[in-house]
Design a binder for this molecule. Structure first.
Ligand code: ADP
Ligand code: ZN
Length: 737
């Protein structure tokens, strides 16, 4: 039995304190328990997050009280936080605050609760007689409750029964006062109802059997469901979840970004609309109160199915049966602030801890997951055909270097122009995809080569037509667009490659009669704008949709027969070993939006490097060919998945401080962990300056994250840095910028 509790208090979130556990509490106290503890002359609430053998400091004060008999946070989640702290090289308190929503931690926001008076026992006739004489209000309360059933105390008070009378009844054990919650329900869009298909395809049957077999094992292994777009992966998720729920278990579904996937959420909602307790949907637009209520509804076991973005992996469900990670390759699963966890990987670890099945689905699995499946660590099952044997869309690559400029200028090739025209004539719909919002990438002086960059971040500013301004997409800085080059004064300052606004403008000039909508984070910032636009598109009110990756994900519109990719190689120039993988994934995803009805879809990809493997393999829908070649490249240059990597970023307001500290860090890491990792030389980050912070990096590669972590973590947590220097570690980073 533990005798020391390590507590994360509500008032000091950046460190923990140890307390002595009084003997009478020792057999009851558990990880995750909410406890009252003395703190600097007063008392406060906190969570038990560990039972250390040895206290971190002397003269321990005792825990004063337990909040309730059961821990507020399930003990397994506290263990998961411990794992995160170790693996992601962060303090335990950071990991804990990462798994608990602010509104659950923060005692101020709580359920909208009402205190209800419940009748516990009725006094016998003699007692009742006496009560009517001595305390008529108490008798009246009992009589009211007998006829009405439990009532909120406020209602009873309104009926003229004083609180004191109720308290007296409680003391006698006749009435109990209980908190009952009035729940705030987040609204649903309810746009896309659907019914269940009656028969599964043969491949779906095999895939589902594979997952169910895993679910019945005492130690299920994760399963990768590799299925081409439109092959019916979601149907497999739905059935596997149905099975888990039928066994009385709970399920968690992770989706990359919930506001962008209203269609998938609605499919889950309509399929399980009769599930008792309903589905808990966790998304970033929830108010603190709604988030709090959802959390407690899940904790209490009322909601057994949870859908949400990455943090939903921490949903406090009981008796977890399965976690589904849809589009497991999406970079959005990585949290960019500490704790910098990857929700897919946390799902795998949580599944192992709680003996739950984990189903990872994608048309283009990440190389990490593919590697795990190939090496036998994960199970693998595939859906190779589209449902109803629909053909994959044809993919045509236009070489923009050889494109003679037609009416669409350098933005829309003649081939794409013609294809859009045909669709308009036939009344079919088109999606045009460009991975950059704004008008053009940057302003480039054709005389001296100067580009206009942000003064706070070392990246080019993007030209926005609205208001003729230049905007930084990192820090939000804007300034008026110059009419001549700020460096040499030449008026021949020109736009670089196009953004969404430029594509929109070009299209509206080419097809003045077509109805057109643009989807990017600039046009979709208003709540409801996205779902509104989707339903307009679905009902055919929009002919052409122009957008960023917001429209690349999971959308299903049968009447879309053409998808155009304006500038496919935009990302290939980034200093990131995953650039090629990202372009391949994106092209396959975008292509998956075409031809989902009866007609075969067409995809036109405009590119300045048409021979690039990412583009060529995507053209042939050849995932296996792509991963084979790409894995060879990763192995050769010792990148993940053949090794693990950690990116350390040092930032400071002064460049010298950043550089000095990064070099110092490099030395410390080499000294502590050089034997188990290859520590790169400190170097300026690809984005050297961001929001006025100078940034330097140290990149480490290791074949054993466990061993490297054990040696590097103390360095990070204990090193003292000069004033104003911040050091962050990113384990398995998805962005190297
Ligand atoms: P994916 O998630 O692999 O892109 P979906 O699960 O969205 O594919 O399936 C594509 C479409 O096919 C959906 O409209 C879905 O309802 C339908 N579908 C899935 N499985 C079947 C089936 N066995 N029979 C008929 N239609 C199906
Ligand atoms: Zn900036």
């Amino acid at each position: 039995m533990p005798d020391i509790a390590r507590v994360l208090t509500d008032i000091a979130l950046d460190r923990t304190f140890d307390y002595e556990i009084p003997p009478e509490m020792r057999d009851r106290i558990q990880l995750g328990h909410r406890v009252r503890v003395p703190f600097g002359g007063r008392e406060c609430w906190g969570f038990v997050i560990a039972f250390p053998e040895v206290a971190g400091h002397s003269r321990l004060k005792p825990v004063s009280a337990l909040h309730s008999d059961t821990p507020l946070i399930p003990s397994t989640l506290v263990q998961l936080a411990s794992w995160m702290a170790t693996y992601y090289l962060c303090p335990l308190e950071k990991a804990m605050t990462g798994i608990l929503p602010e509104s659950v931690r923060n005692t101020d926001s709580s359920f909208k609760t009402l205190i209800y008076a419940h009748l516990e026992n009725l006094p016998d006739a003699v007692q009742m007689q006496a009560l009517r004489k001595k305390a008529p209000k108490q008798a009246e309360a009992l009589e009211t409750l007998t006829t009405t059933g439990p009532l909120p105390v406020t209602d009873l008070v309104a009926r003229g029964i004083p609180r004191q009378a109720l308290q007296a009844l409680t003391r006698k054990g006749w009435v109990s006062l209980q908190d009952q919650t009035v729940e705030r329900e987040p609204e649903s869009s309810g746009l896309f109802a659907e019914s269940a298909p009656t028969t599964l395809t043969d491949e779906q049957v095999v895939a589902l059997d594979r997952v169910m077999a895993e679910m019945s094992k005492p130690e299920p292994a994760p399963v990768l469901l590799h299925g081409v777009t439109g092959s019916g992966k979601t149907e497999v998720y739905l059935r596997a979840i149905g099975d888990a729920l039928a066994r009385g278990k709970s399920a968690i579904v992770l989706v990359p970004e919930i506001s962008l996937t209203p269609q998938s959420v609605d499919r889950f909602r309509s399929r399980f609309s009769r599930l008792a307790g309903g589905i808990a949907v966790l998304h970033s637009n929830l108010s603190a109160g709604e988030r709090h209520d959802q959390w407690h509804k899940i904790r209490a076991g009322t909601s057994r199915l949870v859908i949400g973005a990455r943090s939903a992996v921490f949903a406090p469900v009981q008796n977890l049966g399965i976690i589904v990670v849809d589009e497991e390759h999406e970079p959005g699963y990585k949290q960019q602030d500490a704790p910098r966890y990857h929700a897919r990987d946390v799902a795998v670890v949580r599944g192992r801890m709680e003996h739950a099945a984990v189903l990872l689905g994608s048309a283009t699995p990440s190389l990490e997951t593919w590697h795990n499946a190939k090496s036998g660590k994960y199970g693998l099952t595939s859906l190779t055909c589209r449902v109803d044997s629909q053909q994959m869309p044809t993919l045509f690559v236009v070489d923009m270097r050889r494109e003679k400029q037609g009416p669409g200028g350098a933005v829309i090739s003649r081939k794409l122009h013609e294809a859009v025209l045909q669709r308009l004539e036939k009344g079919e719909q088109t999606i045009l995809f460009i991975n950059r919002r704004g008008f053009a990438s940057s302003l480039l002086c054709t005389a001296c080569g100067h580009t206009v960059t942000c003064q706070h971040c070392s990246v080019p500013l993007t030209y926005h037509r609205t208001g003729q301004r230049m905007a930084c997409h990192l820090c939000g800085h804007t300034e008026p667009a110059p009419t001549k080059c700020p460096a040499c004064g030449d008026p021949k300052i020109r736009f670089g490659s196009a953004g969404t606004q430029k594509v929109e403008l070009t299209i509206s000039k080419l097809f003045p009669k077509a109805s057109l909508a643009r989807v990017d984070s600039d046009t979709m910032s208003k709540k409801g704008a996205y779902t509104g636009m989707l339903s307009a598109f679905k009902t055919g009110k929009i002919d052409i949709l122009v957008g960023t990756q917001m429209i690349a994900k999971g959308l299903h519109f049968p009447n879309v027969t053409l998808v155009g990719v304006i500038h496919a190689d935009l990302a290939l120039g980034l200093p990131d070993f995953r650039a090629s993988e990202r372009v391949f994934q994106l092209l396959v995803q975008v292509a998956g939006r075409a031809g989902r009805g009866g007609i075969r879809g067409e995809v036109i990809v405009q590119s300045y490097s048409p021979g690039h493997p990412a583009i060529q393999y995507a053209r042939r829908h050849d995932y296996h060919g792509f991963v084979e070649e790409e894995l060879g490249f990763r192995q050769h240059y010792a990148y993940p998945p053949s090794l693990r990597c950690v990116l350390f970023t040092v930032r400071a307001r002064s460049e010298e401080k950043a550089e000095f500290s990064a070099r110092h860090l490099e030395g410390l890491l080499r000294q502590a962990a050089g034997a188990v990792a290859e520590i790169g030389a400190a170097a300026p980050a690809p984005i050297e300056k961001m929001q006025d912070w100078h940034r330097w990096q140290v990149f480490a590669k290791t074949s054993s994250m466990t061993r490297f972590g054990a040696l590097a973590r103390p360095v990070l947590l204990e090193a003292r840095w000069p004033e104003g220097v911040w050091v962050a570690a990113d384990v398995d980073p998805v962005s190297l910028m």
